[in-house]
Design a protein around this ligand. Structure first.
Ligand code: SAM
Length: 275
């Protein structure tokens, strides 16, 4: 089913590199998204304490269950990654592992839902220790881009706030069957144990969303148009000045620390309004 992003990995060297880079240990729980025909599933199952694989295609899920019948550390779920409860899944299997287990995600992602999957993984802080993912090269570049560089945007900010993303290596279309029309790359995203900046994450991501809400507008105008400021020019000016940010800049140039400074200034401004 092409519509399900079914480009199966057939290059065994790339498969081995992914599994090695994921650094799976026998005390780990590995969640694999879209196991497909099991290219990664088999080597992952040999290294992990528990492997839980979520495959939406009923035929593939059925074949995988047969393939892994009798292997007690492998659990195949026929489910949609976007609607399944990852927290419940991890907790369900944690009893089979040592107390200090890590939960890791390893996947050759279905590209048509890359962003919603990444958002789902990033919105479960504390659940996983790291993600090792095959994504489109363009997405890998976005995840790792710095302020002002090509591809830097809302996804970069979210990914870099919650994790430390690294582009490990590029993968040509010939590594898959059928070959996808785009180049791919493997990224590793280590989840940060602590936030890299001092700001309330909800406020900060409201500011980030507002900043990116009006593409090609200056930060001042984007914030002005957002529900956070609802057209109050003085409030925008006060917050930006308190954060020492020039309102003529664009969101794509702001670092995590600068977004955090605006979030802190916004909280201060709100507290002043309420007094
Ligand atoms: N892991 C296999 C490999 O490396 O050869 C297959 C990777 S293929 C790029 C993506 C896999 O994700 C396919 O098996 C596809 O059926 C599955 N998939 C697509 N949408 C999904 C969803 N919403 N939830 C879970 N799996 C999904």
């Amino acid at each position: 089913m092409r519509t399900l992003g079914q480009n199966f990995l057939v290059d065994t060297r790339i498969r081995d590199s992914i599994v090695n880079c994921a650094g799976v240990r026998f005390s780990d729980l590995v969640v694999e998204i879209g196991p497909g025909k099991g290219a990664l599933t088999r080597p992952l199952a040999q290294r992990a304490g528990v492997l839980a694989a979520i495959e939406v295609d009923p035929v593939l899920a059925h074949d995988l269950r047969r393939m892994f019948r009798g292997e007690e550390n492998v659990h195949i779920y026929q489910d949609d990654i976007l609607s399944c409860d990852l927290r419940e899944l991890v907790h369900e299997h944690s009893a089979e592992l040592p107390k200090a287990y890590r939960a890791l995600v390893v996947a050759n992602l279905p590209y048509y839902i890359t962003t919603p999957i990444l958002n789902k993984l990033l919105s479960n802080p504390g659940l996983f220790s790291a993600f090792t993912l095959m994504v489109q090269l363009e997405v890998a570049q976005k995840l790792t881009a710095g302020p002002g560089s090509k591809g830097y945007g809302e996804l970069s900010v979210r990914a870099q706030y919650f994790t430390e993303p690294a582009l490990l290596f590029e993968v040509p279309p010939s590594a898959f069957d059928p070959p996808p029309s785009v180049r791919s790359a493997v990224v590793r995203m280590r989840v940060r144990p602590e936030s890299p900046v001092d700001a309330d994450p909800d406020v900060m991501f409201s500011i980030v969303g507002a900043g990116y809400g009006q593409r090609r507008k200056t930060l001042r105008n984007s914030l002005l148009a957002s529900h956070l400021f609802a057209g109050k020019k003085d409030a925008v000016a006060e917050v930006l000045s308190c954060a020492s940010i020039d309102g003529r800049r664009r969101a794509e140039t702001l670092s995590l620390e600068e977004f955090a400074a605006i979030a802190r200034a916004y909280v201060k401004h709100k507290a002043g309004e309420d007094d």
